[in-house]
Design a protein around this ligand. Structure first.
Ligand code: DON
Length: 589
């Protein structure tokens, strides 16, 4: 690399990592959050924006300090990483209601200390009454409202069944003790941060205003809650208590199921008691690939994450990325061409494997990557054929958390309600928000158009099919040793975010906090432009890329990749919360 370019690149990255992020974090919420700290029974909490937090035994990194603390306390009391992941997940359903949930679904990837791996699929599924045309209104027109903002948009939730299955198979502590911290957080309440107050204000003044339960639970008689307000969620606490006492039946049967189906019946939803009783989480074999000797373990379909991540890494392995320099124009053009191809394949081929044959082995083979590489001219942008899809709305709210225990068991969980606060519908009497994950199905056969609809066949809504996802909870190992746990929210950008965090520590030797902080880019085949985080690259780099034929949009931020790395020298767990969410924290012991 030319020395001047290198200097610009380094300065740019430094500016983003050392100036923009710390100012955002400390300036907007750091102090507020620390006034609102929960009591920590043991361990260390992240206070640095540049260095990860270090702990010798266990680590939990999540979007909420309360949830990270609950998980870390489970580890400190001798629970394993699956136990801690379950406790953290239930706590997030209380303290991070935008995406933490019991009314949604997600994925968990596990690596055991002996190097074996597994994955739990608790993605929502379509109710029995679902069909590909279900979002056409009476006049036969596609209704975006029905698809994304209605009771019809709610998928059968999977989270409780997923945690229950993970616990039955791999947990070591009493189930009830893992749910109890969430029961208490909901019942006793917790002080809301500025960020959460802002989110709840937007919810109750916006999409949630139409729903009585949402306004009742998340406002003070219709007025927005102020930062510092103690949010007590008594009905949610009682629901969690039923789950603590009865396990999955506490959600899918009895009072909780009755309240959920009553809300559906009242408001024209289609989830029935039978849908709830039929829901099963599934254990699946993780996707595996390699990159320069590192083993990549990630989520298989119905997520597209693992396939696309491995496809991109396979393509990129053929280039000397390191010598190009992080976020240089060369680096960005190579990443973009890999992203373009993997996202095209994602749209064409990937859906629920129980309904569709996905050519997993071909898409993730090194030979296929080589054939794709041979069509790439890194000096000239390829063209995405606009025959199939364009971008649909992407929300920012899903949540990822990472856990490592003292034995080296690693758990990577990404789960979601789809939009922030999901459907914005809170079940009256039960106190939890419902997802709007049905929006991840294609809107209808042949409905592909330039406004962002995709009408391809594999990912149409069919009874009991799981909708296609981009969530990419992942684990990296090398020579039989755990290296890192990564993942992120971010809609379709998730896969690219995980890709870049991995490249940042493998190629550019960043510590895990720098790897998480560093500015990201995103390209998803169509629409055909590269989105770059603000402050991420120089104007000269943008100009160079534009001269090569790339359309560039510099704006916003991408994802929240709460990650953990293992110090290869002494085995310490290094936790890195993604400070793009000022409430996120790593807590270790
Ligand atoms: O499963 C998926 O891919 C989407 N429902 C995830 C949504 C998401 O990440 C939104 N937030 N960042």
């Amino acid at each position: 690399m030319r020395p001047t370019n290198y200097k610009i690149m380094i300065n740019c990255r430094r500016f983003f990592v050392f100036v923009i992020l710390p100012v955002l974090w400390l300036g907007t919420a750091g102090l507020t959050s620390f006034e609102l700290l929960p009591s920590l029974s043991s361990g260390v909490i992240q206070t640095d924006t540049i260095q990860p937090v270090r702990a010798p035994h266990g680590m939990v990194v999540s979007a909420s300090i309360h949830a990270s603390t609950v998980g870390s306390d489970v580890l400190a009391a001798g629970g394993n990483a699956v136990d801690a992941a379950i406790a953290t997940g239930f706590a997030l359903a209380v303290t991070h209601p935008a995406a933490g949930n019991i009314g949604g679904g997600g994925f968990m990837v596990i690596r055991f200390p002996d190097g074996t791996t597994t994955a739990i699929d608790f993605r929502e599924k379509a109710p029995m009454a679902a069909h590909p045309d279900m979002w056409l209104d009476d006049s036969g027109e596609y209704s975006r409202t029905m698809h994304h903002n209605s009771h019809m948009a709610v998928g059968v939730p999977g989270t409780v069944a997923g945690f229950w299955k993970a616990h039955r198979l791999y947990g070591s502590r009493d189930w009830k003790r893992l749910v109890s911290p969430a029961v208490e957080l909901a019942g006793d309440g917790f002080n809301i941060t500025e960020r959460l107050a802002g989110g709840l204000r937007r919810l109750v003044e916006g999409r949630g205003a139409a729903y009585e339960g949402t306004v009742a639970y998340f406002s003070a008689n219709g007025s927005p809650l102020n930062p510092g307000h103690r949010l007590v969620q008594s009905d949610l606490s009682r629901t969690l208590e039923r789950i603590a006492n009865k396990g999955r039946d506490g959600f899918y049967k009895g009072e909780t199921a009755r309240l959920l189906t009553a809300e559906m019946k009242r408001e024209g939803g289609i989830i029935t008691a039978e849908d709830l009783s039929l829901y099963r989480a599934k254990e699946r074999t993780p996707m595996k690939g390699t990159y320069r000797g590192y083993e990549i373990i990630s989520m298989p379909p119905p997520s597209s994450g693992g396939i696309a991540l491995i496809e991109m890494l396979n393509i990129l392995e053929g280039y000397d990325l390191r010598s190009m320099g992080h976020n240089s124009s060369d680096y960005i053009s190579h990443l973009t061409e890999a992203m373009r191809r993997a996202y095209r394949d994602r749209a064409r081929f990937v859906a629920d494997p129980d309904f569709v044959d996905v050519p997993v082995h071909r898409l993730t083979s090194k030979a296929y990557a080589e054939s794709l590489r041979s069509e790439i001219d890194p000096l000239k942008a390829s063209i995405s054929e606009p025959s199939d899809i364009t971008e649909a709305y992407e929300s920012k709210e899903t949540t990822h958390y990472s856990v490592v225990d003292s034995d080296g068991m690693a758990v990577s969980v990404t789960y979601t309600l789809e939009y922030g606060y999901g459907s914005a519908i809170t079940v009256p009497g039960a106190g939890f928000l419902l997802n709007n994950e049905m929006g991840d199905f294609n809107p209808g056969l042949g409905l592909t158009n330039a406004d962002g609809l995709i009408g391809t066949v594999p990912n149409l809504a069919r009874p009991e099919q799981r909708m296609l996802s981009s969530m990419t909870p992942s684990i990296v190992a090398k020579d039989g040793e755990l290296v890192a746990v990564v993942g992120s929210p971010g809609g379709r950008a998730i896969i690219n975010i995980v890709l870049q965090v991995i490249l940042n520590f493998v190629e550019f030797e960043m510590n895990i906090q720098e790897a998480v902080n560093a500015a990201r880019i995103h390209h998803q085949w169509l629409p055909d432009y590269v989105r770059i985080e603000e402050g991420g690259v120089t104007a000269a780099t943008v100009t160079k890329l534009e001269n090569q034929g790339y359309k560039i949009s510099v704006r916003g931020e991408q994802g929240r990749a709460n990650s953990i790395m293992i110090d290869p020298d002494n085995g310490d767990r290094l936790g890195a919360a993604d400070l793009r969410n000022v409430d996120a924290r790593a807590v270790g012991n």
